[in-house]
Every structure is written in C-alpha cells, then in structure tokens.
Design a protein around this ligand. Sequence first.
Ligand code: NIG
Ligand code: FE
Length: 386
Amino acid sequence: MTSTLITNIAELVTNDPEADDLLGAIPDAALVVEGSRVAWVGRAVDAPDADERLDVGGRAVLPGFVDSHSHLVFAGDRAQEFAARMAGESYAAGGIRTTVAATRAATDEQLTAHVARLVQEMRRQGTTTVEIKSGYGLTTRDEARSLAVARQFTEETTFLGAHVVPADTDPAAYVALVTGPMLEAAAPHAKWIDVFCERGAFDDDQARVILAAGRAHGLLPRLHANQLGPGPGVRLAAELGLTAVDHCTYLDDADVAALRDSGTIATLLPGVEFSTRQPYPDARALLDAGVRVAIASDCNPGSSFSSSLPLCVALAVREMRMTPAEAVHAATAMGARALGRDDIGALTPGKRADLMVLDAPSHVHLAYRPGVPLVRSVWLGGRAAV
Ligand code: NIG
Ligand code: FE
C-alpha cells in the first residue's frame, strides 16, 4: 500500500474529539495517508517517512465537508419562482409540484447527468460525502428510479416519497401508496426514509405512520420539520430518537429542550433562509442549550439552489452567530454524525482520507472570505479528486 506524507500544513483540522479545542487543530502539521485511510497526524517535525511527499505550502487542510441533506435528483428550473420571492412573494411548499412534473418527464440519463454535474460542483467546493433524497417523482416508478440514480453517487440515499401529496390525489390514499408499493420499490435503493412534516405537506400522525413503515423495511428514519412555521415535527423526531431532524427554523423552548434531551442532531440549512428570506434559525441558542448542531446545503431547485457548504459556513457564522470553528465542525464532524457515520468527518488515524486543502492558512478564512473559491484540492479515499 502506498503511503503519502502531506506536509507543510499551516493548520490541520482533525476534529479529534479527544483534543482540547473543538476542531482538534494542529499548527505546522503533517498527515500520512496510507491507501484510502489516514495513518498518522501530528507536528510536521515529528512526521514519519512515507513513499511519497506532498508539500502544501503553508495551507490549511480540513476534513471534507459532509453534506447530510440534499435533493439533487430533479429536472427543470425554478429561477422565476426565486425572482418572484425576491420581489416579495413568500416561499410555499407547493412549488415542489412544478419540479415533480419536470422530473417525471426526464429520462434516467438526463437525471443522472444532472446529478453528476451537481455532485462535481459540490466536490469542487470541498464536499466529499453527500446525502441525496428522492422526492420529486412521487409515483412508485419515479421514486424508485430517482433513488437508483442517486445510488450511483452515494450510499447515503433517502426515500422522500412523503415530500408533498401530488396534485389531485387523496392524502390518505397517497400515504397508503408511500407506505406500501412505493416503499417496496424504493427500499432496495435507500438507506434512510424522510417525511416533510409541515403544514401543507404531512402532519405528525402521517409522519409517524410513514417512518414506522420505513423502519419495518430496514430504513433509518429522519425528518424535515419546523421549516415554515412552528409545529410538532421536531418534538416527534426527539420522541422517536431520530439521528437528525432537519431545518429547525421555528423552535420554541420545549423543542430545544426535547432536542437537548434526546441528542437528536438539529441540522440547520442556512441556504434555505438565504434563498427564501425567512429568519435564520438561532444556532447560538441551540448550541448554548447543549443541542448537537450540523449544517448542510439542502441543495434543491426550490428553497436553496446552492451546492456550496463554504457559503453555508459563512452564513452560519455571520447570520446564525456560530463561531467559525463551530460552523466548520457542524459541516464536517456533525454532518458525519447526522448520517450515522464514524468513518468520515475527521482526520485521525483510521478515518477515510477525505480531505480538502484550502488556499488559505486556516479554517477561519471560509467565513472571513465569503464567496471566494478557497478550495484548492480535494482528496477522496486517499486519492486527489479535484
Ligand atoms: O428541504 N422542505 C421541503 N423540501 C425542500 C424544498 C423543496 C422545493 O421547494 O422544491 C426543502 O426545503
Ligand atoms: Fe430538504
């Protein structure tokens, strides 16, 4: 197995949970990659020999971003809806149906090419693992093929047949479809099951039934909740002990306490608030209360058409009062935990060598230099990919 010493690292973010600081940052560092894994990290002066040597010239090295929430399988364009919002209209879940029509009309090849383009866009911005949901098919055939497309790019695939009730469909009949034939067809291609638990989509009783059906088929449950207004979704997620509940924009004290007590990760999606002009979730209050927080892009054609975790980190710092270290940790280590993964999201011996080299001396620059393409190179499983 070939080993490579990456050295002259101004700051190495390890996310080592044993370290005194949140990021386990090592100054003047080096890292040895062996095969697909990290074999050694420490001060450059102490580095062991390796077969190959790469000098990164005083740049920062971080774990790759783990984007635990995206909806990349879709066709069509909703730029006009965004423009209308910026002219004063508010975001509504019903826009999803526009994308559903375009997605059903697209071929598998078109959908695959589109996802490939977006995944490549993410890679260039430092994302090394992405979760991808279905949810723009909403028929048995279209949900199953959306997941089959997504599976070509990631093992983190999520069945979101319960995104909205399709037009002209009886809600009870649709829940029966989602928990019956659609689930049967989707389950072989999915790891997770998700429900958009929100007024205008699915209520908490429906969410309970759908998640239970998913569990019975071996899928792991997660939820979209409290995005457009207060509601029961976050408390349901805590009650069910879900790994993560996503959005968490409108929370009351009982929601925050439930998240803290359950350990369910609140995945915040600041690209959504940016693109819908909603208020940002109060990440500071969540962190101060002891809630575990992750950040993801929610890349989708309606509420947040950005694939950029550097943008999300900058927004989390500027608009949600997270420190740069908290935001980077939330987009790497916590993203991994939100996907139930312990092999990624950190650069300590034994972890997958998924990393990015920044054209900057520290992680702080991701928020300090918003909008600047700082990701210089990306390694996936020990190999340079970008
Ligand atoms: O995560 N909340 C529901 N689904 C997506 C938006 C989907 C759309 O508008 O197309 C979200 O924001
Ligand atoms: Fe989403």
